[in-house]
Design a protein around this ligand. Structure first.
Ligand code: NAD
Ligand code: DAU
Length: 355
């Protein structure tokens, strides 16, 4: 294990999104005195309401802006005397990447390269500077019924989203190898928890069950994902930032594989209990729809390196995490109503209208 790096000033990108906001809330609670600049473009997926807990904190600053704006990024790094970048900003939804890949290449590839280049120049003046790239297990492609992704698994992305993330990861590697930039790269499985945008499977199902709308399950519903609570992901990122050896990649996963249809059934049953509906009532809303193009069959992460080297393990059981998540959505229906606004309604119609 490395000697601990103690950041004094972080630039977090995409900190108004699902994972970025959970990370900032977690990190600022545990690291008083460390300044945090949150650079976020506030696309459809960004929401400042996620950050109510930190907005009055004098160490926190929000900047609305684009990671592709090289001048803005360089200025923030210099003014903020930033000693670490934690890079979340991305287009993150696979289905959107199938209908409109361009923005994924711009944000995820060009945006990452813009941040890396500014970081390279900035690092020449700031000893100990680190760049942490937050990435995904999807860069490894798809598994059959057996086996796990390790950090050595070759990259074989299948969707425009995962290809753009793999491209970004390779640029991170190149800046480490070519320029000696101190980079770290995490690759995590599917997250769930509060502030998850309702285009994604779990919050989409919760929302549609509440509204008694159809529950669209792609294909045969037997695709497998490995689910991790977003707070456990936040803890992992903090640990890698402080203790990871530069140049290394760390897989992050929940060792918690579920077939999609089993997750949907579970969410239906937990919702029925809470809403006082008849047992099995919401399962009646399930509708098998046309499969996602190029739908990866199974993801499963081997996170043993993170456990062995940095003593990280998930703290949430899925039973607790999913129950708390459902309760959070039921207690925060105003948040959901607000994000499910005009632009999202258009996307929803386009995505599910024809299925
Ligand atoms: P999200 O879509 O909820 O949030 C993305 C954020 O990035 C939003 O706040 C958005 O406004 C911002 N953003 C987009 N384009 C930007 C730009 N050009 N400049 C500045 N900000 C911009 O995404 P998420 O689910 O929170 O994912 C965060 C990161 O974690 C992504 O890099 C994603 O690839 C990775 N990841 C996600 C998961 C998951 O399960 N959601 C799992 C593993 C890795
Ligand atoms: O594995 C990590 C990845 O997890 C992240 O890198 C991505 O940013 C994140 O969006 C997520 O990707 P997935 O494609 O796995 O997540 P999504 O919630 O879109 O879908 C989960 C599974 O559920 C997937 O097999 C597709 C299926 N699905 C999804 C939707 C939205 C359905 O069956 N019906 C749906 O309506």
């Amino acid at each position: 294990m490395q000697d601990a790096f103690t950041p004094t000033s972080l630039l977090v990108t995409g900190g108004a999104g699902f994972i970025g906001s959970n990370f900032i809330n977690h990190f600022m609670a545990g690291n008083p005195g460390c300044r945090v600049i949150n650079l976020d473009l506030l696309t459809y997926a960004g929401n400042l309401k996620n950050l109510a807990a930190v907005e009055e904190n004098p160490d926190y600053r929000f900047v609305k802006g684009d990671i592709c704006d090289a001048g803005l990024v360089a200025g923030l790094l210099a003014e903020g005397e930033v000693d670490a970048v934690v890079h979340f900003a991305a287009e993150s939804h696979v289905d959107r990447s199938i209908t409109g890949p361009d923005i994924f290449v711009r944000t995820n590839v060009l945006g990452t390269q813009t941040l890396l280049e500014a970081s390279r120049l900035h690092a020449e003046r700031v000893a100990g500077f680190r760049f942490l790239q937050v990435s995904t297990d999807e860069v490894y492609g798809s598994l059959g019924a057996q086996g796990y992704f390790t950090e050595e698994t070759p990259l074989a992305p299948n969707s425009p989203y995962s290809a753009s993330k793999a491209g970004a990861d390779l640029l991170v590697r190149a800046y480490s190898e070519t320029f000696g930039l101190a980079t770290l790269n995490t690759r995590c499985s599917n997250n769930y928890g509060p502030y998850h945008f309702p285009e994604k499977l779990i919050p989409l199902m919760i929302h549609n069950i509440l509204k008694k709308k159809p529950l669209p399950v792609y294909g045969d519903g037997l695709n497998v994902r490995d689910w991790l609570h977003v707070k456990d992901h936040s803890v992992a990122i903090e640990r890698v930032l402080k203790l990871g050896k530069p140049g290394e990649i760390f897989n992050v996963g929940g060792n918690n594989e579920w077939k999609n249809i089993d997750i949907v059934n579970l969410v239906c049953d937990l919702m029925d209990e809470r809403l006082g509906r008849r047992p099995g009532e919401s399962r009646g809303l399930i509708a098998f729809v046309k499969d996602r193009k190029g739908h990866d069959r199974r993801y499963a992460i081997d996170a043993s390196k993170l456990k062995r080297e940095l003593s990280w393990e998930p703290s949430y059981t899925f039973e607790r995490g999913i129950a708390e998540t459902i309760d959070w959505y039921l207690a925060n229906q105003g948040w959901v109503e607000e994000v499910v606004s005009g632009a999202y309604r258009e996307y929803y119609e386009k995505q599910y209208g024809q299925h």
